[in-house]
Design a protein around this ligand. Structure first.
Ligand code: NAD
Length: 360
């Protein structure tokens, strides 16, 4: 198989963790019969500096030509007060929209070697293995009308939460398909006691569930879910939710995994004519300006994103499993970055990347 992949390192630690993820990708491909074509593009703050736009046309072209895209993270503090069109995060929302990746998959696992890194009690967290499926291209982050209106002495800010039946159906179908390959349970999260939007969400998810009689469905309000994720994480298998709720809940999942630096993500769209699924793969974390440039970011979320890319875009389950097993071996060896609080000297980003390569 020929893997045609676009790499968008982005800003801050995005460039550091992506460098290690690419090393791992090269290593895995070298050990197999596959070939790799890598192209690099600009996204986020670096793209604004070089081209004036957070999502240059050239990046859009490269992304549509590639089978899959591997991304770091975007965001630079110098743009914190820039207008929305000139912010790095605009590039991120833009590339998701351009690729039409509507389902964001975030696996959350409590690795045995990391149980002590979690601030939660070990007996609550041990055995956690869930996947959060977040709708990614609809909801309040994209809905219109939106904006801030100045009207005499009054100022109003407006955002709109919109979902169509079709948008809910396709992401729900993806969640149920995933559950079929796992423990066959979907928990759909909404706020249907308050929002009409959530009432439609609940109705459509319930209808889709009838197509999957072998998968159990339950519904949970988002405020309760925020609590249950911490109190009873083992009860979750596939968590299905809309864009903003998923954004918030999946960061909560980071606490279960020990560090936000551990979490990979996969954003999936429709199938390409080549047979590969359109996919954008990135760690969950941001550009972490507080530790950028210090070679101490945890690259395992980015490396886990390589495993997700191999599995979801290309169906290369064995190769993905080899990456995940190497990550687990490195965790057990204790060669981990400072965020995971190793007993001895913390490893650097580069050392962790090299250790994963060596373990493959
Ligand atoms: P962040 O995820 O960048 O950092 C939050 C905290 O976690 C920081 O203390 C950071 O040092 C730590 N952290 C994050 N990743 C880590 C890693 N791999 N290893 C070790 N520690 C890690 O979130 P933030 O500080 O809220 O945002 C910083 C910038 O990143 C902002 O500009 C924000 O908009 C952007 N951001 C981008 C994305 C993305 O590109 N997908 C996601 C979230 C935030």
């Amino acid at each position: 198989m020929n893997l045609n992949i676009l790499v968008l390192p982005g800003d801050g630690i995005g460039t550091e963790v992506t460098r290690e993820a690419v090393k791992v990708l090269r290593r895995v491909v070298r050990k197999s019969d596959h070939s790799l074509k890598l192209t690099e593009g600009l996204l986020g703050g670096i793209a604004i500096h070089k081209t004036g736009s957070p999502l240059p046309d050239e990046t859009v072209r490269l992304a549509s030509e590639a089978d899959a895209t591997l991304m770091g993270a975007v965001g630079l503090p110098e743009f914190d007060h820039a207008p929305p069109e000139k912010r790095p995060e605009k590039g991120l929302l833009g590339i998701r929209k351009v690729l039409g990746v509507y389902a964001n998959l975030r696996p959350v696992r409590a690795y045995p070697a990391l149980l002590d890194s979690s601030p939660l009690k070990n007996d609550r967290v041990a055995g956690t293995d869930m996947i959060i499926v977040r709708e990614l291209t609809g909801g309040i982050y994209y809905g219109t009308p939106r904006g801030i209106e100045e009207n005499g002495s009054e100022t109003r800010a407006i955002n709109t939460m919109v979902y169509t039946r079709a948008e809910i159906e396709r992401v729900a179908q993806m969640a149920f398909h995933l559950a079929r390959g796992r423990r066959k349970k979907v928990t759909s999260v909404d706020k249907s006691n308050v929002l009409e939007n959530s009432q439609l969400w609940r109705r459509v998810v319930t209808e889709i569930a009838r197509e999957f009689p072998d998968v159990a469905l339950d519904h949970m309000l988002v405020d309760n879910c925020a609590m249950q994720l911490i109190l009873t994480p083992l009860r979750f298998d596939v968590v299905l939710t809309e864009n903003m709720f998923g954004d918030i809940l999946s960061d909560e999942g980071a606490v279960l995994a020990g560090s936000i630096g551990m979490l990979p993500s996969a954003s999936i769209g429709d199938r390409k004519p080549s047979g590969a699924w359109v996919g954008l793969y990135e760690p969950v974390h941001g550009s972490a300006p507080d530790i950028a440039g210090q070679n101490k970011a945890n690259p395992l979320g980015a490396i886990g994103s390589v495993a997700a890319l191999l599995e979801y875009s290309f169906g290369l389950k064995q190769e993905a499993a080899a990456v995940n097993a190497a990550v687990e071996a490195v965790l057990c060896s204790g060669k981990v970055t400072a965020d995971l609080k190793p007993p001895g000297r913390p490893a650097t980003t580069e050392e962790v990347g090299e250790a994963v390569c060596a373990a493959i």
